[in-house]
Design a protein around this ligand. Structure first.
Ligand SMILES: [Zn+2]
Length: 277
């Protein structure tokens, strides 16, 4: 497999980096990433991964583009309002980089189907906006051994963590139980700054690219928190919990199980919930 003249030009500014080079570029072309949620986090992440030449991107989202999405969901334009996000995202990403195969799925993550989706990809990026999906995606990634980049954002604040199944803390190790109703704001109540979603989503793409290329230090066992009002970064050390229900020494979750959860949230709060270590 060799790069065409156009590809050499397109990727020239990353090809000259010793960490990437032709070998790294070919690795990216052979790689696939499933992006769960094509919203405020999935938008910048998908754009950067497509632009970098990741060979296959899976995008799963069940919603249509709304006018109130556009201040942060930079995959879409005003003319896309009312279209399904999966269709609009496919068109935008293909226009950005025709080298990339985009597999768009209009739908939501379900307990019965999540393993099938996750197993087809080298890495999963979770930019979803609800608690039930977060646990399902985490469990499917742990059960299938698929690396996962988790990110969340609300208001001016966001957080990112990389999950190396059974090697580093998983989402359940850090957040063992879903929050109680009222403990965190619902989607309807929570505002979000587009640029904060851009910072977190871009960092998620950055971690995904490093993981695919096998370079640098990743955010495994490190929950990186962005405090956007003060513009400060904070790192919370976390570790795998031997008592974790899915990645612990005696796991009780052996297949993804749906949890009924009414709360839609894009960032987990520290304190009583989650348990941060
Ligand atoms: Zn765990």
């Amino acid at each position: 497999m060799s790069l065409s003249k156009d590809q050499i030009q397109r990727y020239s500014r990353q090809l000259i980096l010793p960490e990437v080079g032709v070998k790294g570029q070919e690795t990216l072309r052979r790689s696939s990433v499933l992006i769960v949620g094509a919203g405020g986090l999935g938008s910048p992440a998908a754009l950067y991964l497509a632009a970098a030449g990741v060979g296959k991107l899976g995008i799963i989202d069940r919603e249509a583009v709304a006018l109130s999405n556009l201040h942060r969901q930079i995959l879409y334009g005003t003319e896309d309002v009312g279209r399904s996000k999966s269709d609009a995202a496919t068109q935008r990403l293909s226009r950005l980089n025709p080298d990339v195969e985009v597999a768009a799925i209009h739908g939501s993550i379900q307990a019965e189907t999540v393993l099938g989706f996750v197993r087809g990809y080298d890495l999963v990026l979770d930019g979803s906006d609800n608690v039930a999906t977060r646990y399902l995606v985490n469990d499917a990634c742990v059960l299938s051994g698929t690396p996962l980049v988790y990110g969340g954002v609300v208001g001016f604040r966001g957080q990112v963590m990389v999950i190396r199944p059974r090697q580093s803390a998983c989402f359940r190790c850090v957040f063992p139980e879903p929050p109680a109703a009222g403990e965190i704001p619902s989607c309807q109540e929570a505002g979000v700054v587009g640029s904060a979603a851009g910072i977190v989503g871009s960092l998620m793409a950055h971690e995904a690219l490093k993981a695919l290329l096998g370079i640098g230090e990743g955010l495994a066992n490190r929950l990186l928190v962005f405090e956007g009002v003060a513009s400060r970064w904070r790192e919370v050390p976390v570790r795998r919990d031997p008592a974790c229900a899915v990645c612990g020494d005696v796991p009780t979750i052996r297949q993804p199980v749906a949890i009924e959860h009414p709360i839609c949230v894009e960032v987990q709060q520290e304190g009583a919930w989650p348990r941060s270590r």
